[in-house]
Design a protein around this ligand. Sequence first.
Ligand code: N2P
Length: 360
Amino acid sequence: MNKHMKAIAIGLVTGWLAVSSVACAPAGPAGPTLAKELHVYNWSEYIDPQIYADFEKEFSVHVVEDTFASNEELLAKLQAGATGYDVIVPSDYMVKIMIEQGLLAKLNHENVPNIKNIDPKFADPPYDPGLVHCVPYQWGTTGIGYNTEAFEEPPDSWAYLFDPEVASLYAGKFTMLNDSREGIGAALKYLGYSLNSTDEAQLMEARDLLIRQKPWVYAYDSEQYEDLLSADEIVMGHGWSGDFFMAAVEDERIWYAIPREGATIWADNLCIPKTAPNKYTAEVFINYLLRPEVGAKISNFTWYASPNAAATEFIDPEILEDPAIYPPAEVMERLEWIEDVGEATPLYERIWTEIKAAGP
Ligand code: N2P
């Protein structure tokens, strides 16, 4: 009997026992039951769809996925009163903002025993100490994906996107993420500042640079840039590491560089909104994603690094050994986490709106 069949057999036996005990003992409080449907609000192409199918097969819960393209879009949706989501996937800084705004439920760790599989390095993040609300899902970096045939040297500097003399050579041939913190952050890094700067003069400099760059930008896009690369619409894109590596499986011309001035490192997290209709089912699902084999299946599909230490032995060696996915210490030192900039947040949003509204 394989492991799976054994689990079913035990389930049948305990099910039978439960029925017979109900018959001869006073009924206790009903344990939590699984919902028929689970609503996941995720980044696009961020999970192997087979995982939803496998979960449904084992637990008889149908997973419905809806996607968002930025943390700010996710936050706006929740603030506007969206109440249908059971699991959401915000990044680090957004977890902190959501906790402060009272938007997240606390996890019942008893329902998520596989949380023990999380690498200790990720088990006590500053944005959610002790993983009280969320569980880390995947982590990666933000840099420049490119068509290797279009460059003699890898475009490993933000100058390719921002230095007028260089970027203008690629006019109409590159995209920028449609993301306020990532877009402004990249400009700040090019200028030699922290991507969490709250200095108004530095932020104005970043704004001017982004407005200057705008005529050369093919599109502000966070969901299709890798397809645009493959279709030869663009030759490089500001984007998330794994999206390019995933595209490289089909198109070997595509590769990815972390700019030498430094770049974003981020971790996305599985969290449950306070308004979730099916909290227990959400916890069962999160616990499922934390199984070693399932954790590996996620990274083997997304090409992002996994915070699940127990998954490592099942992750493709090609992914584990790729220094652009698991960067060496000297690269890690140049990476910076996006932090909640508190009172400066409206300024970032205003700058981004100004950039998007500026003439071409
Ligand atoms: C996946 C997007 C990765 C999310 N397509 C970046 N935080």
